[in-house]
Design a protein around this ligand. Structure first.
Ligand code: AP5
Length: 220
């Protein structure tokens, strides 16, 4: 399905499945998935100035300052591949970022869809503690729900999978606290708008994906 000019925002707590669904939906819609978490991890690996600021904050489960994220996204959305639409995974994450996005692309426009993926807290903890990650291609797995074909190796490139530093217990607690304090208010910010859709993410990956597709079909 080609979907010109669609712009999607994924909201939801850490571990809700935003990245998993965003990757599938981006392939299905043929639009770029813009994951701020992946972009920041790339910057850390490349030791750029942004990466040097972001690294210690991410490791402890804190948020990276708003002006840096707004600059990162402004630059990314100006790239030609975003002209036909895009999918934002991990941005905006604060009210300041939402206001920054509004200046780049008004979310009131009919091209926007906001998905808020809800999952109970105990399940988030189970998903994050079992997540394994490929430091080469950033693919994610889960030791029980979505294990790699070969024990501990990425299916795509054979890299040894690791646990993200921010998936360790103390960092997860901080990430959830940051979510409650700084990202949850975004739900009130968007929920009165017709573009807002709450989705139950506590179901199998295919079921959640089916609902996202259905919502998009119904909006066409
Ligand atoms: P980021 O990488 O965006 O982390 P996050 O938002 O905490 O999200 P996660 O990647 O943890 O979870 P997810 O919802 O994508 O779930 P996933 O699909 O992987 O950001 C990392 C850090 O970067 C932040 O903490 C912050 O420091 C910084 N940052 C990023 N953006 C920022 C911003 N805008 N402002 C400031 N700082 C920013 O799934 C999780 C696990 O569950 C996987 O193992 C998966 O296989 C499994 N799973 C997925 N779906 C299901 C399902 N339906 N059933 C069972 N298991 C499932």
């Amino acid at each position: 399905m080609g979907a010109p000019h669609i712009r999607i925002i994924f909201l939801g707590p850490p571990g809700a499945g935003k990245g998993t669904q965003a990757a599938r939906l981006a392939t299905y819609l043929k639009v770029p998935r813009i994951s701020t978490g992946d972009m920041l991890r790339d910057a850390i690996a490349a030791r750029t100035p942004l990466g040097q600021v972001a690294g210690p904050l991410i490791e402890k489960g804190g948020l990276v300052p708003d002006p840096l994220l707004i600059e990162l996204i402004t630059e990314r959305l100006s790239q030609p591949d975003c002209a036909g639409g895009y999918l934002l995974d991990g941005f905006p994450r604060t009210l300041t970022q939402a206001e920054g996005l509004e200046k780049m692309a008004p979310v009131a426009s009919s091209e926007f869809v906001v998905f808020d993926v809800e999952v109970p807290r105990e399940e988030l903890l189970r998903r994050l503690s079992g997540r394994r990650w490929c430091p080469t291609c950033q693919a994610t797995y889960h030791i029980y729900n979505n294990p790699p074909k070969n024990d501990s190796l990425c299916d795509r490139d054979g890299t040894l999978l690791i646990q993200r530093e921010d998936d360790k217990e103390i960092a997860v607690a901080r990430r959830l606290a940051e979510y409650d304090e700084r990202t949850l208010p975004l739900i009130d910010y968007y929920k009165q708008r017709s573009c807002f859709h709450r989705v139950n993410g506590y179901r199998p990956v295919d079921t959640v994906f089916g609902e996202l597709r259905q919502i998009l079909e119904e909006r066409r």
